[in-house]
Write a protein that binds this ligand. Structure first.
Ligand code: ATP
Length: 301
């Protein structure tokens, strides 16, 4: 009996540990990562973000495994408060840029700067505090809707949680459920659609209010009315923030300060939407293809 008791007790400790730490994404990675990819430099200070916060990639080369280089000589700048969009075929390295900016990995060559500071030289925790991510597939915790939104800023009050939910257009949906913000979501609770989950992620990010945003647009098809609504919400969330958008639909990128077209880990074209159309290159081809595909698709009200 004692032998059974000890492991169960141990599991209980791990469960409590995980549950306590779920409010800290970084700690969660510490708990579940088999091996941490990056470590703080000794004496690393926190990132300073009190002035304008721009993002720069300077000559970045990166490989997950030495034998297979993924990114080659990537340089671009997102001026403070502007949006840069990345487009390109699946596997071209778009999400890898986001992972490097969030410092899941360090580049082998080159550097990444936020507000002029090399992110390798500051604490990871401070980098992650400065960045909000709306991922392709939002993971929700088996807890209340309020908990899932408040995760963006654990000390936020109920009124702030509701305000963020309203801004992300998920409040009316939450209010229509019998238990409102205390409704449990996740596997054993209320199942949310892809669009609703993304709205929870947007609310979370609005509450966190970081100077830098990363949007990894969902590849999974939402219906087009839902998709337009989500795009509008993302756009208002990005106002005034330094934003990297990984775009799967070109309609999202039209207003970007700069669009980077990636292929096989290289930037093969760059410019604004109009500049890229005028250049009649790869982007212009992709645009023409997507326009004709949309004309062929059945109209959704
Ligand atoms: P998609 O549009 O499909 O999301 P992407 O352009 O974002 O694709 P990435 O996810 O950046 O592409 O992947 C770039 C390349 O890196 C791919 O060839 C992929 O197989 C490889 N890759 C991604 N993650 C890892 C990993 N953890 N370990 C090894 N290789 C990886």
């Amino acid at each position: 009996m004692i032998q059974l008791y000890i492991p169960l007790n141990f599991l209980g400790v791990i469960y409590r540990e995980i549950k306590q730490n779920l409010t800290d994404l970084d700690k969660m990675f510490t708990l579940i990562d088999r091996e941490r990819e990056v470590a703080d430099a000794s004496g690393a200070q926190a990132l300073r973000t009190n002035g304008p916060v721009d993002v720069r990639f300077e000559h970045v080369d990166f490989a997950y495994e030495p034998a297979r280089p993924i990114l080659h000589g990537i340089s671009f700048e997102i001026p403070a408060g502007k949006t840069v969009a990345v487009v390109g075929p699946s596997g071209s390295g778009k999400s890898t840029l986001a992972r490097l900016l969030y410092r899941f990995y360090d580049p082998q060559q080159g550097r990444i700067l936020i507000a002029g500071q090399d992110i390798r030289h500051v604490t990871q925790a401070s980098v992650r505090r400065a960045i909000g991510i709306v991922p392709q597939d939002t993971v929700l915790f088996n807890d209340s809707v309020a908990y899932n939104i408040r995760y963006g800023r654990p000390e936020a009050g109920d009124a702030e949680v509701e305000q963020a939910a309203r801004a992300a257009h998920i409040h009316d949906f939450i209010a229509s459920t019998p238990k409102g913000y205390t409704t449990m979501v996740g596997e054993r609770g209320l199942k949310l659609s892809g669009g609703e989950k993304q709205r929870v992620a947007i609310a979370r990010t609005l509450l966190k209010d970081p100077p830098v945003l990363i949007f990894d647009e969902a590849t999974s098809a939402l219906d087009s009315a839902n998709e337009r609504a989500i795009q509008a919400e993302l756009k208002s969330a990005a106002r005034g923030k330094t934003t990297l958008v990984i775009a799967h639909r070109l309609s999202t990128v039209v207003d970007a300060h700069e669009i980077l077209v990636m292929e096989l880990g290289r930037i093969i074209e760059r410019g604004t939407h109009l500049q890229l159309l005028a250049a009649r290159g790869r982007y212009a081809d992709m645009w023409a293809l997507q326009q004709s595909a949309e004309k062929l698709a059945p109209a959704v009200a």
